[in-house]
Ligand binder design. Structure first.
Ligand code: ASP
Length: 427
């Protein structure tokens, strides 16, 4: 089979896998099979899900390390690193701010939680044991325990942020060492190519893995619980939809000069994987491949922006945390003034940057957001039971935001490089 025909075949199968997984999950949820059969089916699905997720996790740390180190080494060689850094961070902060602003606006207009009785959640709230940690302790713990740590520890524990920091140092050192580091530079390039080859193999399992993940997810959703928080869920989904289908595509069109239609077609596999795994880190191997193959972003720029975005650019998480904090305030009948809302705005952006790309990470980083304006952290107990469902959508937006960022940074930097050559802009 020709390679493009093979890819079409895989794309189709990933979509079919997602559709079958959702329908099958609902059938299991509705009790259409005997308890024995349901148990057996869930057992088999659990094994398929485990193999797929573990393969993605196996590849993600070496992938992050090589792509960041290589990206930095190659970009600094072209003296493009400064502009890539600035535009990437500008994009990450700007889009997270837009997401939080959208979330706050929607809650202020639609006011979820205002007419809801908090007593019905008493059991969930008392079941939640809050960690004894203040906001400042949270941020110092973040810097000390996740930023500058042993690369061996970071890699062994799948700690992406620590791995990225070490990779940045290695990338810069390779540039500074020039010819002396030629060997390791080439080695990294070859290693990266091998990893992408393995990603291609893992992709063949994607339709089955996605089927299993979605079937298990939908089989285990408590529909009654979702109904009891319907308005809050509706506001989160509306915000997520507006950010993912309007704000980000408009930025892509204006700043990236790229068709949103082609973008969504090219990123389909990664977005479905993000939806089913609820982990932007586990999705990274697939999203990097999509950005490289379908969006034609410069390899070095994608290799730098995508892994970094996976850990520090989380628009969906930022938006969710802002909405959830105001929802909790509405529930307990607290009218937060503009200063408190500004505080939520800032802390939600910072907290989303600190959230690792794993399922329900947003629940942990919710703590400083609630604490920053004196809201009870026990309220997280209300959100946890519905989190797995909402996490699917916010992870998809997180991955979409990273990919759009790489297209915009790519266009911006390539334009600058062309202008540099023409001598109109200082190199
Ligand atoms: N699951 C999200 C992600 O991996 C993080 C979160 O919980 O918001 O991107």
């Amino acid at each position: 089979m020709k390679s493009s025909a093979k890819k079409d075949y895989l794309n189709r199968h990933i979509l079919i896998g997602a559709g079958v997984g959702i329908v099958f999950g609902f059938m299991l949820n509705a009790g259409m099979f005997s308890p024995d059969k349901t148990q057996t089916v869930l057992y088999v699905l659990g094994i398929v899900k485990g193999v797929f997720i573990n393969l993605l996790k196996m590849i993600v740390v070496p992938l992050v390390f090589t792509s960041i180190a290589l990206g930095i080494a190659n970009l600094r060689k072209h003296s493009a690193m400064g502009i890539v850094w600035k535009s990437t961070l500008g994009y990450f902060i700007g889009t997270s701010a837009l997401a939080v602003l959208l979330g706050l606006t929607l809650v202020n207009i639609l006011r979820p939680g205002v007419d809801t009785q908090i007593d019905i959640f008493e059991k969930d709230m008392s079941a939640y044991t809050s960690p004894d940690i203040t906001t400042s302790e949270y941020f110092s713990k973040f810097i000390n325990e996740r930023f500058f740590i042993s690369p061996v520890k970071a890699m062994a524990e799948g700690e992406i942020l620590g791995t990225i920091v070490f990779a940045i140092f290695i990338g810069i050192a390779i540039v500074k060492a020039k010819e002396k580091a030629k060997g390791i530079h080439n080695l990294l390039q070859e290693f990266f190519d091998l990893i992408m080859m393995i990603v291609g193999w893992i992709m063949r399992l994607a339709p089955w893995g996605i089927l299993a993940l979605l079937a298990i997810l939908f089989a285990s959703q408590d529909i009654r619980l979702l109904k009891s928080l319907a308005k809050f869920i509706g506001v989160v989904l509306l915000g997520t939809f507006l950010h993912g289908a309007v704000t980000l595509p408009l930025l892509l069109k204006w700043f990236g000069k790229f068709s949103p239609w082609i973008f969504f077609r090219g990123m389909k596999d990664a977005l479905i994987t993000a939806f089913s795994t609820s982990s932007s880190s586990a999705t990274l191997p697939i999203s990097l491949r999509c950005v490289d193959e379908h969006l034609k972003v410069d390899k070095d720029i994608a290799g730098f922006v995508m892994p970094l975005g996976t850990t520090i650019n989380m628009d969906g998480t930022a938006l969710y945390e802002a909405i959830a904090a105001l929802f909790v305030a509405n529930l307990i009948g607290l009218d937060l003034n503009i200063v408190s809302q500004l505080m939520i705005f800032l802390v939600a952006i910072l907290a989303s940057m600190g959230a690792p790309g794993i399922p329900s990470a947003g629940m942990v980083t919710m703590i400083p957001v609630l604490q920053s304006v004196g809201l009870p952290i026990e309220a997280i107990g209300i959100l946890i039971p519905i989190d797995r469902f909402l996490d699917t959508f916010r992870t998809m937006i997180n991955v979409e935001g990273d990919a759009i960022g790489s297209v915009i940074v790519n266009r911006y930097c390539i334009n600058k490089r062309v202008r540099n050559k023409q001598g109109k802009v200082r190199p």
